[in-house]
Write a protein that binds this ligand. Structure first.
Ligand SMILES: C[S@@+](CC[C@H](N)C(=O)[O-])C[C@H]1O[C@@H](n2cnc3c(N)ncnc32)[C@H](O)[C@@H]1O
Length: 241
């Protein structure tokens, strides 16, 4: 049994979300470089969510896999409450420092994961999750999506971005090689080829045609999906039924 903050001991069959969190997300040097190499597009995301009527001053937002908190910090001034959830103590330290430095009073930073975070208070209006769900193997993704549905009010939304493959399995060699070839030589200010290879090899990105039935089964209807032309990235808007 393993103890996780906010919950009692976990059963021995439970996925170890920290061990599965991605080597780099537990690495102090990677986390220090993260904001310089990844722009989460938080301002554009806020505009999209606000214009679509999915976010207002009364909204309760959960940012699952919040990382260094680019979205958390951006959404805090325009909603009532933000809960930033992540399993990586290194990411959370960075995020807590930013929240303290900006004096944000409506942000709670919680060390937990997709499979362990227990939401309390008003149900969420929006769950935001960007580039995090792929850290769970598929059966656990289905459980995580079901848990998300339970945290949302009926009609609430999930905004999910991730590396999700929309090509056919027999195109994998060509498509994955083409993606890895977009990586640079360095790890500062860009993603290196070695980092993209590590993602493909060691993490659990899946196919759209596996993930989408999991969403529906969890009670999350797919309202919108945008797939990148290279077949590597997907952005979803899901509504809680
Ligand atoms: C690539 S970062 C993305 C961070 C942020 N969402 C962004 O878009 O910049 C992935 C994050 O997911 C977190 N993560 C990995 N597994 C997780 C899990 N099971 N539950 C919650 N967060 C997890 C990692 O610790 C890391 O902070």
């Amino acid at each position: 049994m393993t103890a996780v903050s906010g919950r009692g001991p976990l059963p021995g069959w439970m996925l170890d979300e920290v061990a599965n969190a991605g080597r780099e997300n537990l690495d102090v040097e990677h986390v220090a470089r993260y904001d310089g190499k990844e722009d989460a597009g938080a301002i554009e995301e806020l505009a999209l969510l606000s214009q679509s009527g999915l976010l207002d001053a009364g909204s309760v937002v959960i940012d699952q896999g919040a990382g260094t908190g680019q979205f958390t910090l951006a959404v805090s001034p325009v909603c009532a409450r933000v809960v930033a959830v992540d399993v990586s103590p290194v990411m959370l330290r960075t995020l807590r420092d930013k929240v303290a430095a900006q004096g944000l009073t409506n942000v709670e930073v919680v060390r937990a994961g997709f499979l362990t975070y227990e939401h309390t208070g008003e149900p969420a209006d929006l769950i935001y999750s960007r580039y995090a769900l792929h850290h769970l193997p598929d059966a656990w993704k289905a459980i995580a999506l079901t848990r998300m549905r339970r945290m949302l009010r009926r009609g609430g939304m999930v905004r999910l971005w991730d590396v999700v493959y929309s090509f056919e399995p027999d195109e994998a060699e060509e498509r994955l090689e083409a993606w890895c070839a977009t990586g640079g030589d360095g790890i500062v200010g860009e993603w290196s080829r070695a980092e993209l290879e590590e993602h493909v090899r060691d993490e659990d990105s899946t196919f759209t045609w596996l993930l989408e039935p999991m969403m529906r089964r969890a009670g999350l209807a797919i309202e919108k999906v945008m797939l990148s032309e290279d077949g590597i990235f997907a952005q979803y808007l899901l509504r809680a039924q």
